[in-house]
Design a protein around this ligand. Structure first.
Ligand code: PMP
Length: 423
C-alpha cells in the first residue's frame, strides 16, 4: 500500500510548516546505516543525523535489540514512586560522562522541556533567599527550543519574540560571542559581558548558553575562552550557569561535551537529541548537588516538575545502549577524520560568489550564503543529488552520522558542491 501523501499534506503539521502552502515532503519507508530510503525507491545519504540525533545511523542492531529486550520486560511505568534499571544505568552514565560536579539528573521528554526544567531549577534555587533574582541572561543568536520559557531565551530577532512578545518573560540579552573557534579573544566583548554582570547580577537567576556552537540561531562557532569567562563571572556574581548541550553533547564537536572545550562545569546542563541515538525522544537536565540541595531545603521542599513519561524505560534502555556503543568506539579519531574531510571538501566553496563563509568544527560543516535559500527550491535539488540536507536561512549545513564511511562522506560533499555549483 502506498503512503497517503494527500492526507499528510491536508491534515498533518510538519515542523515550522504551513497547512495551506506546504513545502515539498518526501515519504520515507526505511533507513539503514546512513541511508534513508524513499517510497519511490531512491536512497539518500543522510547529512543531518535527523537533526543531530542518529550518531550510529539507522536500524542499528544493538539499539534495536535494546528496545526489543526492554519491551519484553516493561515498556513504560510511572516514575512517581517507581524506579527501574534502565533509568538508573542511564543516570550513572550521565553523571560519569558529564563534567565532574553534575551529580543529580532530572529526566525530561524533549530538549525544550529540559530547558524549561533548567530555568525552573534556577528560579526555584533563588526563590527562598533572593526572589528578585528571577531573570535569565541569554545571548543573541541563541536557540534553546520552542516552548515558552525556552523561547524567551532564544535570539529576540531570529526567534519568535515578535509573535509572542506580550507573553514571553523578559530576559536580558548580550551580543553573541564573537565568531570563530580559533579567532583571537575580543577583549571588548569580554568587558561588555563583565559590565552586564556588574549592572544586572542582582536580578539574574542564571545565564544560559549553547557551548562552543550556537546551533539553530546561526551555526556559529566561538572561542572557548568566552565560555570560561562566563563561568568565572557567574561564580563571582552569584549567577547560575546553564549550559545547553542539547545539540553539542555526545561527541559532535570532537569532545564529549561543548563544555569540555573550556574545561568548565556548569551549575546546570541540558542534554537531549543524540542521547538515544535518534531512536526515541528523551532529554535530561543535570545539576550540581549544591543546586539540588538548595532547591530541596526551601519551601516546598521538592522540585516541582514531573512529566507523565518521565524516565520511560524504552527510551532509557536505548539511551544506555547508545552511550555504551559510543564509549566502545574510537569516536574521537573518527570525528577528527570527518572534520578534516569536511574541511578539505567544503573549503573550496569559499570562492563561490554566493558563499559568504565556510566553517567546520568536529563533525559539523557549515556553508553560509550571502542570501537566504528558498527551501522549497533547494531541498528537491539535494534529493535529486542523492543527499539529505535541510538548510535554513542563509545556512547550508551538515552533521552526518559518526558511522559515515569515507566514500559516503565524499558522496555527501560532492552532492553539496554539485547543488551549489548550479546556483
Ligand atoms: N536547545 C538546542 C541547542 C537545540 O538545538 C534544540 C533543538 N533544535 C533544543 C534546545 C530543543 O530541543 P527539542 O527540539 O528536543 O525540544
Amino acid at each position: 500500500m502506498s503512503i497517503n501523501l494527500s492526507f499528510d499534506r491536508q491534515h498533518i503539521w510538519h515542523p515550522y510548516s504551513s497547512i495551506t502552502n506546504p513545502g515539498p515532503i518526501f515519504p520515507v519507508v526505511s533507513a539503514n546505516g546512513v541511508h534513508i530510503q524513499l517510497e519511490n525507491g531512491q536512497e539518500l545519504i543522510d547529512g543531518m543525523s535527523s537533526w543531530w540525533c542518529a550518531l550510529h545511523g539507522y536500524n542499528h542492531p544493538a539499539l534495536n535489540q535494546a528496545i526489543i529486550e526492554q519491551t519484553q520486560k516493561v515498556s513504560h511505568v510511572m516514575f512517581g514512586g517507581f524506579t527501574h534499571e534502565p533509568a538508573i544505568r542511564l543516570c550513572e552514565h550521565l553523571v560519569s560522562l558529564t563534567p565532574d560536579g553534575l551529580d543529580t539528573v532530572f529526566l525530561a521528554d524533549t530538549g525544550s522541556v529540559s530547558v524549561e526544567v533548567a530555568i525552573k531549577m534556577a528560579l526555584q534555587y533563588w526563590h527562598g533567599t533572593k526572589p528578585q533574582k528571577n531573570r535569565l541572561l541569554a545571548f543573541k543568536h541563541g536557540y534553546h527550543g520552542d516552548t515558552f520559557g525556552a523561547m524567551s531565551v532564544c535570539d529576540p530577532y531570529t526567534g519568535m519574540h515578535h509573535l509572542f512578545s506580550d507573553t514571553l518573560s523578559k530576559q536580558i540579552f548580550m551580543e553573541a560571542p564573537p565568531l570563530g573557534y580559533q579567532a583571537e579573544a575580543d577583549t571588548k566583548w569580554l568587558d561588555q559581558l563583565e559590565t552586564l554582570f556588574k549592572n544586572h547580577h542582582h536580578t539574574l537567576a542564571a545565564a544560559i548558553i549553547e557551548p562552543i556552537v550556537q546551533g539553530a540561531g546561526g551555526m556559529r562557532f566561538y572561542n572557548p575562552i568566552y565560555l570560561s569567562a562566563l563561568r568565572k563571572l557567574c561564580q563571582e556574581y552569584q549567577v547560575l550557569l546553564i549550559v545547553d548541550e542539547i545539540a553539542t553533547g555526545f561527541g559532535r564537536t570532537g569532545q564529549w561535551f561543548g563544555s569540555n572545550h573550556a574545561q568548565i562545569c556548569p551549575d546546570i546542563m541540558c542534554v537531549g537529541k543524540a542521547l538515544t541515538g535518534g531512536y526515541l525522544t528523551l532529554a535530561a537536565t543535570l545539576c550540581t548537588q549544591q543546586v539540588a540541595e538548595t532547591i530541596c531545603e526551601q519551601n516546598p521542599g521538592v522540585f516541582m516538575h514531573g512529566p507523565t513519561f518521565m524516565g520511560n524505560p524504552l527510551a532509557c534502555a536505548v539511551a544506555v545502549a547508545n552511550l555504551e556503543l559510543l564509549m566502545s568506539w574510537p569516536w574521537r579519531e573518527r570525528i577528527a577524520e570527518i572534520e578534516q574531510k569536511l574541511h578539505t571538501g567544503l573549503m573550496p566553496l569559499i570562492h563561490h560568489p554566493a558563499v559568504a563563509d565556510v566553517r567546520t568544527l568536529g563533525a559539523i560543516g557549515v556553508i553560509q550564503l550571502h542570501e537566504p535559500v528558498k527551501l522549497m527550491d533547494i531541498q528537491p535539488k539535494f534529493v535529486e543529488a542523492g543527499i539529505w540536507l535541510r538548510p535554513f536561512g542563509r545556512l547550508i549545513y551538515t552533521m552526518p552520522p559518526f558511522i559515515i564511511s569515507d566514500v559516503e562522506l565524499e558522496q555527501l560533499i560532492a552532492g553539496i558542491v554539485k547543488v551549489l555549483g548550479d546556483f
